[in-house]
Design a protein around this ligand. Structure first.
Ligand code: C5P
Length: 217
């Protein structure tokens, strides 16, 4: 049983990886499965919210009652978020957004070259979606995620301040990507608290309650 802690609230989320094309049939992505973000979307809907989920490519089904907008690249994810952010009460950025896109992507499939066995890719920085939303004059309550590989407590607290958001949720990348379970550390103004390892849906429900409590205070 999930208490309706987000009844009447509008929630926008990002989830999954992004896919940055190299040519029409190849690209760069990462190991995010989307499971954590989808679990949070489902939990928010169960808690009574109207939920919009901007999703990179995943193999997951649309959670019941959730409006999903499918995107591939970080730029598309950014644009979909910005078009939908007005009137939202809560923004949860769970996606593993590529920091870089291929600046010299080819319009045609790249061919091997008998004279040159190297391929030179150039990269351009993608927009930071969470920072963009957090900088809006009328911003929703903003929650970020951080996947670190070490020093979570130190990096998490610093990242929350740097991103200028009230709540940052940390996890250890190689202990979450693709898995059905996870453990979370919540960083806010007061310090940090941990949600011990559990399946992602259980954690997502706990997280939604933690978020709703902070939004109300
Ligand atoms: O700085 P870092 O990439 O670790 O921050 C992670 C947080 O920022 C996540 O909430 C992620 O969804 C968000 N992010 C974003 N756009 C980017 C990079 C990260 O929204 N280009």
């Amino acid at each position: 049983f999930q208490p309706k802690v987000l009844a009447g609230r509008r929630v926008l989320l990002t989830a999954g990886p992004t896919f940055e094309p190299i040519d029409p049939v190849r690209g760069i992505t990462n190991l995010s499965s989307g499971k954590m973000g989808y679990a949070v979307a489902r939990a928010a809907r169960e808690a009574g919210a109207e939920v919009t989920l901007v999703s990179g490519p995943t193999a997951l089904e649309i959670p019941y009652g959730v409006r999903r907008i499918d995107v591939q690249t970080a730029q598309q994810m950014h644009d979909a978020v910005m078009v939908n952010v007005a009137g939202q009460d809560l923004f949860v950025a769970v996606a593993a957004v590529a920091d870089w896109r291929v600046a010299n992507a080819s319009g045609q499939k790249l061919k091997k070259n008998a004279d040159d066995d190297t391929l030179h890719l150039e990269f351009a920085q993608n927009p930071d979606i969470l920072a963009g939303v957090a900088a809006l004059p009328q911003r929703p309550y903003c929650v970020g995620f951080a996947a670190e590989s070490e020093n979570l407590e130190q990096y998490g607290a610093a990242k929350r301040v740097k991103k200028n958001i009230p709540l940052l949720v940390g996890n250890i990348g190689h202990q979450t990507f693709g898995r059905d379970d996870n453990s979370l550390t919540l960083f806010d103004e007061q310090g940090h608290t941990s949600l011990p390892r559990a399946d992602k849906q259980t954690l997502a429900r706990q997280l939604v309650r933690e978020i709703a409590r902070r939004m109300a205070s």
